[in-house]
Write a protein that binds this ligand. Structure first.
Ligand code: DAH
Length: 359
């Protein structure tokens, strides 16, 4: 037995070599190579294991136990080393992937609504706070809604093709709405009385594209129909809106003409730059109001009974007021935006400056 390859010394030398190889492995790849060499099908231990069968009876038990114990020891050592390498590699990975949460980062820019959208929301909120509702209508509008129902007869100059964008084929009598006033008609035809609504929206005219005109612009329409409504309610509502939008400026209404209101008026804002101080003072001219003290904001009036009647409203019991103003103009006044083209060209620097608030 002394010189037999399965003697005690030989087996323990084999075992020691395997343990040393596992110990020396520094990574899973190295450990795998060591495992194949010392425990694989062609390893010396595996071959010895197979050879046990050839040993004559009396010795077989002894040798079998020795080889079995050696294999168990080598397997245990492999498992232990595997565990060590796992935790070492995890430690290295954690160190490698460590994140310093205190490092400053560049924040991704967050989007904002366009200043016109933001202003429309703000205008709407002023009225929602008073219990009014928001009404909406289509931008592609029936000519009848845009004109006839508003008492704008077929020969009214506002129907001239130079202003109105008619949609082909013309026989369909569809236009891109030239104002938000048709929403008044749609509301009166569908909404139970009383009515307290504002209608913000996009409107279109075949206009020049310059500092004070853009072909697609926005208006805010207001409509109230209730019992006992007077011009006083109109003035009070617009004063309130002006106060919220512009601070302490005064408003004035001045006679005008619109076919859908009677009487009609123009609503002016006290010039928020000179507050009227430039009027009659040649030494301090005001460019904002041309030294007139007032700037034009929109149109308004008491709803013409013919319009109410066209919508089936009893004009003996009900009356109403309406107003309409340009949203772009409001933004110009309020934020000192001088050129309307900036509002459609999409340069983010413009929006940013306005959102920052020249209010
Ligand atoms: N629709 C008019 C325009 O676009 C503005 C307007 C004037 C609206 C008087 C009204 C109003 O509701 O009462 O010029």
């Amino acid at each position: 037995m002394e010189n037999h390859p399965l003697n005690e010394k030989a087996v323990s030398a084999l075992t020691d070599r395997a343990l040393a190889a596992f110990d020396a492995a520094r990574s899973f790849a190295e450990l795998k190579a060591a495992r194949l060499k010392h425990l694989g099908d062609k390893s010396e231990l595996a071959l010895l294991n197979k050879a046990i069968g050839t040993i004559p009876g009396a010795l077989r038990k002894e040798v079998g136990q020795r080889v079995g114990a050696a294999r168990a020891k080598v397997h245990l050592a492999l498992a232990a080393r595997e565990k060590e390498i796992t935790s070492a590699e995890l430690g290295q990975r954690l160190a490698r992937e460590k994140v310093d949460v205190t490092l400053p980062v560049g924040l991704a820019p967050v989007g904002e609504p366009h200043p016109i959208t933001a202003l429309i929301d703000e205008l709407g909120d002023v009225f929602i706070a008073m219990g009014w509702e928001i009404a909406e209508g289509p931008e592609l509008e029936a000519e009848w809604m845009n004109f006839d129902a508003l008492n704008l007869g077929p020969n009214h100059p506002a129907r001239a093709t130079s202003d109105t964008l008619f949609v082909d084929p013309v026989e369909n009598h569809l236009v891109l709405r030239t104002h938000t006033s048709p929403v008044q008609i749609r509301t009166m035809l569908s909404h139970p009385l009383p009515i307290y609504v504002v209608c913000p929206g996009t409107t279109y005219r075949a206009d020049e594209f310059d500092a004070t005109h853009v072909p697609a612009f926005h208006q805010l329409e207001g409509l109230v129909v209730d019992k006992g409504i007077t011009m006083g309610h109109l003035k009070g509502s617009l004063d309130h809106l002006a106060k919220v939008m512009f601070g302490g400026v005064r408003t004035r209404i001045r006679p005008s003409y619109f076919p859908f209101t009677e009487p009609s008026a123009e609503i002016d804002l006290e010039c928020f730059v000179c507050r009227g101080a430039s009027v009659g003072d040649p030494n301090a001219p005001c460019r904002t109001c041309n030294s007139e003290g007032w700037i034009e904001w929109g149109g308004c009036g008491v709803v013409n009974p013919r319009v109410l009647a066209a919508c089936g409203i009893d004009t003996d019991s009900y009356s109403g007021f309406a107003f309409g103003m340009g949203v772009e103009r409001t933004l110009m006044f309020r934020n000192g935006a001088a050129d309307m083209r900036d509002m459609v060209e999409g340069d983010i620097r413009f929006s940013r400056a306005l959102i920052g608030g020249a209010r």
